[in-house]
Ligand binder design. Sequence first.
Ligand SMILES: [Zn+2]
Length: 296
Amino acid sequence: MDKEPKFAVGGSDPDLAKAKSALYSALVADAKIVRGRIVSLLELLLPYLNDPANYTADGTRLLSRPKSILMGRIKRSFPEIIRKIDFDIRSSVRSAINTTVDSQIESMSKKKLPVPTRQEADIVKEEALLGLGRDFPRGSGVTYENRLSRIERVHSKQLERIVGSTHTENAKSKITSDVRTALLHSSPGPTPVQNGSLAKKVMRLSSAESMRLVNEAESGLFASAGVEFAYWRLSPSHKWEGGGEICEQMASRESSDINALVKQRDAALMTEGLYLIKNWPSYPHPFCKCFAEAAI
Ligand SMILES: [Zn+2]
């Protein structure tokens, strides 16, 4: 399948596409709050890092007393910042799920499809949020909580290593810039951080967890309302890449099983990108902006 689906790009309900892009803007704003937490950690360390009196006379490393003060600050503040970031991510995920479920219900009732009761919708929201504690991809054994603690472990060690490092000259500027890079660097540049900075990793984690749980909330909602089929829709901002890209394949896939089932129900439905809810695809890749649209 390499042709562009007839109407799948953006879907047939433009309000759903709008809701999804509003959600994405909200996630970008939430990511900036998370980044702000890390800026505040940097600001806590900078006065010590920037003071020339804290370095040895030959300027090759930190003196031991300021070094141990800095280590203490990192040990104390790092877990605190991660706890706040955890809180930020959870509330970002919760509001992403809530707004998605609400806009999906609106779209379903516009189309005269069955809608869940308020209580059923609340259960769908809660159930999706619990996904933070389930492994993803399924069977990997790795949950959101595992990912965040791994980030915490790796990056606090990295900071301690930088603060304790010795240089041939000008340790002050080297250590300060390495700390800044490790915490905040967000794009490839002259001093790339292996596997990305702390800010980059937690911002990515926040957006990926929200989007994948939104995907689960959508199919959970349809199942709870008794909707049997839904479309996988590409975001209107998606530029068609020729049909090989994973989301393009999902939005345009046709199967003989689905065709037969639709025929059986005597429904006049396009079958490109149409799925049985019980076979709903899982979130395919980070930053995917696709969305679901209930069919029958
Ligand atoms: Zn996608």
